[in-house]
Design a protein around this ligand. Structure first.
Ligand code: BEZ
Length: 250
């Protein structure tokens, strides 16, 4: 008996099944299957431009940015990988490893790297780039673009970006279509936010930039905040009279 769509929906939550392959694309905006915030990344082997890796081994005990690209020798991707090379120092300083992915094979990646480095003078692509010719890894990492296909009709990766914590859990994800390149300043900004929130009971407000005050998490009482933030904090007066908007520098 065919499985109902409702059953697919439930199974996707219970077993974290990627239902892209089984559900019609009209349902995809409602259902967000696959790897998401809080999930442990799958343990898989991958070929990269720097040799074979085991994903858990590569990512454990450090922060990692996993980022995918629709394809080699494409314009936006070439600018993005160049920018990643340019920003590699920023990520290094924050203890963050980079790991790219494009489905084409390693020989193609190595040829493409020459273009990327020529387009971004002075920058070396020092991070590994995975290949995924069978499109198995992009499914496991929730990096499939349902709309973009190659000339053989195979799905291409979206511009997905997962920031993975040292505990191998996804802390934050971007999901952009092929037509929108990512902003690496935003990637640095969210890394800083995640790393601060992992050390202190804070959150970062709208348009926060590194160096700006953060807000104290609502679960922290004022008494606890005095102990946690000896540098002090400022409570905003609000019409409700509720003292929940408290700024501090961390
Ligand atoms: C690009 O990287 O420029 C690109 C790739 C696929 C579709 C559209 C743009």
């Amino acid at each position: 008996m065919p499985r109902s769509l409702h059953a697919d929906y439930l199974l996707s939550f219970i077993f974290n099944i990627n239902t892209h392959a089984t559900l019609s694309s009209s349902l995809l905006p409602i259902i967000m299957p696959g790897l998401t915030i809080g999930d442990t990344i799958p343990d898989l082997e991958a070929e990269t431009t720097q040799g074979k890796i085991n994903l858990h081994h590569f990512c454990s005990n450090s922060w990692t940015i996993l980022f995918s690209h629709p394809g080699d020798f494409t314009p936006v991707c070439t600018t993005e990988l160049g920018k990643m090379a340019e920003y590699a120092k920023e990520f290094n300083q924050r203890g963050v490893k980079l790991l790219g992915l494009s489905c084409d094979d390693i020989q193609s990646h190595n040829e493409w790297i020459k273009d990327i480095e020529a387009f971004t003078p002075g920058c070396k692509v020092s991070y590994p780039i995975m290949s995924d010719p069978k499109r198995e890894i992009i499914k496991k990492l929730n990096m499939v673009d349902p709309d973009e296909k190659d000339s053989s009709g195979n799905n291409l990766p979206s511009r997905a970006l997962h920031i993975v914590g040292p505990d191998l859990q996804v802390k934050l994800s971007f999901l952009y279509p092929a037509t929108t390149g990512r902003n690496m300043d935003e990637v640095v900004r969210v890394v800083e936010s995640l790393q601060k929130a992992s050390k202190f009971k804070i959150a970062t407000p709208a348009n926060w930039k590194p160096g700006d005050p953060a807000v104290i998490q609502p679960s922290v009482t004022d008494q606890q905040a005095k102990d946690m933030f000896p540098q002090g904090f400022e409570t905003k007066d609000l019409p409700s009279g509720k003292n929940y908007l408290r700024f501090t520098k961390v």
